[in-house]
Design a protein around this ligand. Structure first.
Ligand code: GLA
Length: 392
């Protein structure tokens, strides 16, 4: 597997470098960052709770070098398209993918960093719309690279925030910090528990002996950018604001006790109540999973994953028929843990599967899913890998 990853990295790097040379007639350093998984802690980040992500062996790579002008020329190998833009607020490019790069430039400038014109070529292998944070990988690659090239000395956590603000201000998604954090801070073989309220984090080595971590992509596109995600966030903020009236110490929903939510039951809509109920439960589950991991208790980890799926499906309502189907099948086949991962509304389930059950489960998932939905799911075996970096 590691050999495979190295070859994959090398191939992408070569393709990018060749294209850069062909377009701009010189060589440029190459930077990379990664997509992410999240073992548990979904929709908790913007509620000031815990998340537990890790960077993966699917990412974005970019060759980048200043061009001595005040214009950016960036070429996407995957879209086979060039975008050119200036660095002022009114220069937002028309290509949706280029807005991520533009946003990162703008957010770096807003923080007092230096960014001047540059040329870039990038490519990636994070499946789009699968909930693996291809956009965070793109933002983090550029945020890291610009900081390195102009020696801006912006702190790593702030680099993650540059990506998050890009989503907020240039892409219309009011996301939390999880994806960009994982993409910037990711480390091979380790998951990271982040307290999204305080910014404290801790690496947990993750080498589940006897288990595999596998993603099953329903290939149903999630509508993260659509209003649904932002609407969930609003529900949580409404519930938190109501609880705060009785318990002023509550700044985020994650600060609230389950009992306090009951106290405001009549003050909020049934829908907002269910959303909040899910979040409060999920924050605790992250801590329980981390404790279980320290005991190598994967059965508890898996059980918590199923509980999260139930919550995301029935209370938070971000699952869909295809993902519920995959989850149910996992349960039926004694898979240790399974749940919808990421923002939801399509994308992947993440599954913790015993080695001896793995082949049978994957075969059944492919066959039964295809028979029911008329298209095959995709299978990604993930390896927890490094996040943002400059390649040698
Ligand atoms: C998306 C967002 C994250 C997080 C997850 C759900 O990936 O970008 O900030 O909210 O959804 O956990």
């Amino acid at each position: 597997m590691i050999q495979e990853i190295n070859t994959k990295t090398l191939n992408m790097k070569t393709r990018i470098q060749e294209k850069y040379k062909a377009l701009f007639g010189e060589e440029a350093p190459v930077y990379a960052s990664a997509g992410r998984i999240n073992l548990i802690g979904e929709h908790t980040d913007y509620n000031g709770g815990y998340v537990f992500p890790g960077a993966i062996n699917f990412g974005i790579m970019a060759a980048i070098k200043p061009n001595g002008t005040d214009k950016v020329k960036v070429f996407s190998l995957d879209f086979d398209q060039m975008s050119e833009f200036g660095l002022k607020e009114e220069d937002k490019p028309k290509e949706a993918w280029a807005c991520y790069v533009f946003g990162v430039c703008r957010e770096t400038l807003k923080r007092g960093g230096k960014v001047e014109g540059f040329n870039a070529v990038f490519a990636g292998d994070v499946p789009l719309g699968a909930g693996l944070s291809s956009s965070a990988a793109l933002e983090s690659t550029f945020a890291y690279a610009l900081n390195d090239i102009w020696d801006n000395k912006i702190e790593k956590f702030e680099l993650a925030k540059i990506g998050q603000s890009t989503e907020h201000n240039y892409c219309g998604v009011k996301c939390g910090i999880m994806d960009q954090f994982a993409s910037i801070f990711g480390k091979e073989g380790a998951l990271i528990r982040l307290n999204c309220k305080t910014g404290e984090y801790k690496y947990f080595p993750f080498h589940p002996k006897g288990y595999k971590l596998v993603l099953i992509d329903s290939c149903v596109k999630h509508e993260l950018a659509s209003s649904a995600y932002n609407k969930r966030r609003e529900s949580c903020e409404k519930a938190a604001a109501e609880i705060k009236k009785l318990h002023p110490e509550v700044d985020f929903l994650s600060d609230a006790k389950r009992l306090w939510l009951d106290e405001v039951r009549d003050k909020i809509s049934q829908e907002d109540f269910l959303r909040a109920e899910y979040v409060i439960g999920e924050v605790q589950r992250v801590l329980d999973v981390c404790d279980a991991l320290e005991r190598d208790d994967y059965e508890t980890v898996g059980e918590m994953m199923y509980q999260t799926h139930f919550g995301l499906s029935r209370l938070y309502e971000v699952s869909c028929e295809e993902l519920d189907f995959l989850n149910k099948l996992a349960r039926k086949m004694d898979v240790t843990g399974s749940r919808v991962m990421g923002g939801g509304f399509g994308g992947c389930t993440i599954n913790l599967v015993k080695d001896e059950l793995y082949d049978g489960f994957i075969k059944a998932a492919k066959e039964q899913f295809t028979a029911k939905f008329g298209h095959a799911p995709k299978i990604y075996e993930v390896v927890i890998s490094d996040g943002a970096r400059k390649l040698q």
